[in-house]
Design a protein around this ligand. Sequence first.
Ligand code: SF4
Length: 394
Amino acid sequence: MYSLPHKRNDGPMDIPTLTDIPSLTDIPSLTDIDDQMDYADLSDDMLDWYDANARILPWRISPVESQGGIKAIPYHIWLSEIMLQQTTVQTVIPYFQKFLHKWPRVEDLAAAELDQVLTAWAGLGYYARARNLHKCALYVRDELGGIFPDTEEELLKLPGIGAYTAAAIASIAFERPATVVDGNVERVISRLFNIKTPLPDAKAEIKQMARKITPRHRPGDYAQAVMDLGATVCTPKILKCSGRCPWEKACLSKKEGTAEQLPLRRSKGAKPTRRGYAFWGEYEGFVWLRRRPEEGLLGGMMEIPSTPWQETKNWAEVPAPQVPIITNWKEMQGLVRHSFTHFHLELKVIKLDFAEKIDHQEGDWFPLARLEDFALPTVMTKIVDHVREPVLDL
Ligand code: SF4
């Protein structure tokens, strides 16, 4: 068994751009490839490799169990797939176990309060997933009698389930021959077929080629096998696949020596930075918090109130803070930094000086000692940490 972490969406840092690869000539056409490859052999070889090398994961049934007729549990597969979006396997394992312990069936998860789910989710990030998870559990309990649908088409109708997740659940939980393509599979397939179209433009081509190999026999094991190969052997950077990959002889990028440079990705601009001021109001063991609007980034989560986060080139462009409560205040030294998918965030913290617990239309006072109960998103816990121990690297 291998134990390397596996990320469903490998970031652009791991993937070279078009300019890094010297030649786009001599690319075989799809017909040439069809002549060279025996797709049934490829899927058989992959399944043999999986039988010997499958990772042991708490939501997964082993190849021996699967061939013995034991079926994966749809609730487990769905829960793990939602958690694995944007998150490594190693990070997800303890969360998956905690969720199953608290809510062993989808009906139990549906019966939980949303805040309980968000609290248990804290640290996994991308909180919209947790909100959709709960919404989906309610839908499956109330509309489907607690039974997950078994086709991609029906799964796609559920909250929080996109094309990848629907294919993964249909294939792994229900043995449907769906073509499952995540970041690992994209890498493996683009190398196997030496696909030099940069991502994201290559997605359709990759899916078309992946579909050719997807077997009708053991499609769930096959999908997990390719993902495992991408996570453990056909990895983004260190490519030591000789003698370890079942597709070594067929692999076109291995023959051409381009494997380590694939997949290509269209170069993107740098992420912008947004800046703002967070207001820390503390009085006799209580802290002032408010709830974010339901829609949008960190929707419905508790937050330390702040000015709007504005995209600027530097701090000189950030308007002076409008302190929301008339009181004395002091700007703390240092910055709180956090990165979201589409932007970096820098916050300066302003400490408000209260002589009493002033009521404010936005937000309320909460006991500092119980902050852990409020499912604060990571960026907010960074503010709390900064107040307790300022980070001074400006
Ligand atoms: S031979 Fe190497 S590059 Fe090609 S698919 Fe296998 S692990 Fe990936």
